[in-house]
Design a protein around this ligand. Structure first.
Ligand code: SAM
Length: 267
């Protein structure tokens, strides 16, 4: 380890890897998969009332599909897109009515068809440069109908400082998972490592997973949204589980809501 306290792997900056969750998917499905349901109320508060009952909603980076399933249960036509084949395999079980696509959030080929795009639970923190985040925003913009809405969340500096330090053990379903998270403040990078063992596995195998996130700076996020063509950009922070308009310094999670300009088509 270098004298800076940073691991050797940081000497070469980590690269965005849309398949990185393959090795984590089975444990994620059991323990983390339903987390974004806690923020369903954000969807309801910010965009639910602005969508027709059968609107087409893209769940970008849909993971194991629990949120996509809930949106489909509310009557929306839902498409889920994710880079990890194994996360999508669980999504197929969890969200049987949802069309699922394997793809890269930085370059997916949907064109002007979605009424809304949602992207939840740190997914866009996994996109490791602001240039790549800009590419995601352009793809999302092109996938939306005029007047279409884009809602996503990001982990904040406060969230990383509070929660990305130390060791955490969970036993969930068949899995024992030991995680270690570290936030490298100067680089605005978070590293999450997990050792996953399946209880009762006679071979006693342990899967090692390493995932990286970037703490995107809010001003740069808004600039990248504007450059991609979005308008009416709103930011929200959180206080406990309440949503607070505008940016608040102490918030652990930020939500961004914006629109593709133009009048929605007549239905
Ligand atoms: C923390 S999980 C969140 C999953 C889901 N949105 C949820 O709320 O449970 C992050 C997801 O983003 C996906 N992902 C990360 N980078 C991606 C990329 N460049 N393209 C597509 N999917 C990506 C991962 O495969 C993973 O399923």
């Amino acid at each position: 380890m270098p004298a800076t306290g940073e691991p050797a792997s940081l000497r070469r900056p980590p690269a965005t890897d849309p398949t990185a969750y393959d090795a984590f998917a089975d444990a994620y499905n059991v323990h983390w998969g339903s987390f974004s349901l806690t923020w369903l109320k954000v969807f309801g508060l910010l965009i639910g009332g602005r969508l027709e009952s059968e609107a087409l909603v893209l769940d970008l980076c849909c993971g194991t599909g629990q949120l996509a399933a809930e949106l489909a249960a509310r009557g929306y036509s839902v498409v889920g897109l994710d880079g990890s084949r194994r996360m999508l395999m669980h999504a197929r079980d969890n969200a049987p009515g949802v069309r699922l696509v394997q793809g890269d959030a930085r370059r997916f080929g949907l064109r002007s068809c979605c009424d809304a795009v949602v992207c939840m639970f740190d997914s866009l923190n996994h996109v490791l440069t602001i240039e790549e985040l800009g590419a995601v925003f352009r793809s999302v913009h092109d996938s939306l109908l005029p007047g279409g809405l884009f809602l996503f969340d990001l982990n904040t500096e406060t969230g990383y400082r509070r929660h990305w330090a130390g060791v955490y053990r969970v036993t969930s379903g068949d899995f024992d998972v030991a995680t270690r998270s570290t936030y490298y403040r100067r680089r605005r990078l978070g590293m999450f490592r997990a050792s996953i063992s399946r209880r009762g596995d006679p071979a006693g195998g342990v899967d090692e997973v390493e995932l990286w996130q970037r703490c995107h700076e809010p001003g740069e996020v808004v600039s990248a949204l504007t450059a991609a063509g979005f308008v009416a950009i709103e930011t929200y922070g959180t206080e406990g589980d309440a949503l607070v308009p505008d940016w608040i310094e102490d918030s652990e999670r930020a939500f961004y809501l914006c629109e593709r300009p133009g009048a929605p088509p007549d239905r």
